[in-house]
Design a protein around this ligand. Structure first.
Ligand code: SAM
Length: 210
């Protein structure tokens, strides 16, 4: 799969790159914390090298983290060996494949961080996230939205052509919210990290009686 090839290629560099904005990252962790309990069963897709999973896993009952890239999962497992967490598992998989293999398993919280805008079928992935959640469960996402013109609109197609960028789906914050509502979610919390970041951090809830 083209996306896996791209992410395998960049995985080591991605692992060595510092977080772009530490205070925004800390705020995202703090918001997520409000929806985690010691009993929580968590599923994360597109977990990358597992940094966020390693931070949240000690606070919850179980944490399953998926990524399409073999190399990302290898690096995540190397980190896990250094700081073992018996309730945390990294698995090479898409959300769809995981759901098909475990149709009867459901979760309290599903995380998709910096990944929905990389998926051409993001609406389908949002629906799959709804399906794998327990009623009342939360879907926490952080996405780049294309609400106004940026240099990325021009640069991305060119970079993709020469293998320097993955597919990027250019939805607006409004289109993303509509896809969430169409899937059946209610909005629990919304946070825009900064007016210029073009990022949308959303906590959506699967209604309790669905
Ligand atoms: C920008 S990175 C984000 C990683 C991590 N969530 C973070 O916030 O640092 C996107 C990740 O999504 C993974 N990915 C892309 N498409 C995917 C898919 N269809 N299923 C699962 N993972 C995918 C990539 O391999 C990559 O590790």
């Amino acid at each position: 799969m083209a996306d896996a090839i791209f992410w395998n290629k960049v995985a080591d560099k991605y692992a060595d790159t510092p977080i772009a904005n530490e205070s925004i990252y800390q705020q995202k962790l703090a918001i997520t914390d409000k929806y985690l309990t010691e009993q929580s069963e968590i599923l994360e897709f597109g977990c990358g090298t597992g940094s966020t999973a390693l931070i949240h896993a000690p606070k919850v009952n179980s944490y399953t983290a998926l990524d399409i890239s073999t190399r990302m999962i290898e690096i995540a497992n190397e980190k896990l060996q250094q700081t073992p967490q018996s309730n945390l598992t990294f698995i090479e998989s898409t959300l769809e494949n995981w759901q098909q293999a475990h149709p009867d398993t459901s979760y309290d919280v599903v995380l998709g961080l910096n990944v929905l805008h990389l998926m051409a079928d993001y609406r389908q992935v949002i629906s799959q996230s709804f399906e794998v959640l327990k009623p009342g469960g939360y879907f926490i996402t952080s996405s780049v939205c294309f609400d106004r013109f940026s240099w990325l609109n021009i640069a991305l197609p060119v970079m993709k052509l020469v293998g320097k960028a993955p597919h990027v789906e250019k939805f607006t914050a409004e289109q993303l919210m509509q896809a969430m509502l169409d899937a059946g979610f209610d909005l629990a919390q919304e946070w825009e990290p900064s007016p210029n970041s073009q990022q949308s951090f959303l906590v959506m809830q699967r209604p309790k009686h669905t």
